[in-house]
Ligand binder design. Sequence first.
Ligand code: C2E
Ligand code: CA
Ligand code: CA
Ligand code: CA
Length: 271
Amino acid sequence: AKAEGRNAFQLYQPAMNARSLEHLALESALHRALERDELVLHFQPLVEIAGGRTVAAEALLRWRHPELGLVSPADFIPLAEETGLIVPIGEWVLRTACLQHRRWRELGHANLRMLVNISARQFRDDNLADLVARVVHETAMPAGLLTLELTESMLMENSSRGIDVLERLRRLGVRLALDDFGTGYSSLAYLKRFPIDELKIDRLFIRDIERNPEDAAIADAIVKLAHSLGLRVVAEGVESAAQLDILARHGCDLAQGYHFCRPVEAAQFPL
Ligand code: C2E
Ligand code: CA
Ligand code: CA
Ligand code: CA
């Protein structure tokens, strides 16, 4: 009776009730989203700064909720992480991206790269390398054209295990990128220990790059550091020609952002 009383008390706390009901409803809807085919991938081009060519596509997940409309990943990936749903969802993302890549290859885009985001929970899963191997095999994906995007915090969590997983992935032939670079606790010395191919400079440093000399200096330092370690550099969130100009002068390799193209459905992807 005492436990019941406590539950009843919790049930009638209005704010908590509303929030947890909302959470529950969203969780069960997300459970069904996969079966009901409500998840979709959009793709955003990565452009070579020097030549202006589109050389890669980043797959970005969206949820077409029947009532809420298009839900942004920022609004449901944390829940997917918390509930573990990110594992099957992440597998769906990887397979769907590889299948889309196959369609693009069939249309003659043989060298396009595909970038897929990996979440912390997926990275902690001991089956990640096996999963990637299986999906690459099943979809006939050329492993060298697949890049997995990870974040610094995932690697810092347990760096020796992290290096192990990265090396297993690397042996499959896939490439690895550090996403949102500069926002985590980046110990630069760590960088050389991780078998990484690419750094993506977070949008935070690009946004005010024209007006803020410190941001420009940080972007410049990241490019120099990356190049000295043999890594390629992508600038995220490039929204203007002026920003692109500065990045070009700093020798940044690739850029991605609304200046070129927003994330779009595969059919609208500018190839
Ligand atoms: P992210 O990986 O850093 O992706 C870049 C985000 O910046 C995307 O937001 C993209 O739409 C947005 N963006 C691109 N260019 C510009 C620009 O010029 N200006 C501005 N303001 N924004 C720009 P999106 O698609 O909402 O994704 C948000 C985050 O959700 C992603 O950040 C990523 O962390 C996560 N995410 C998206 N798809 C997946 C996925 O398939 N799996 C996992 N685990 N996470 C994903
Ligand atoms: Ca990303
Ligand atoms: Ca990013
Ligand atoms: Ca991010």
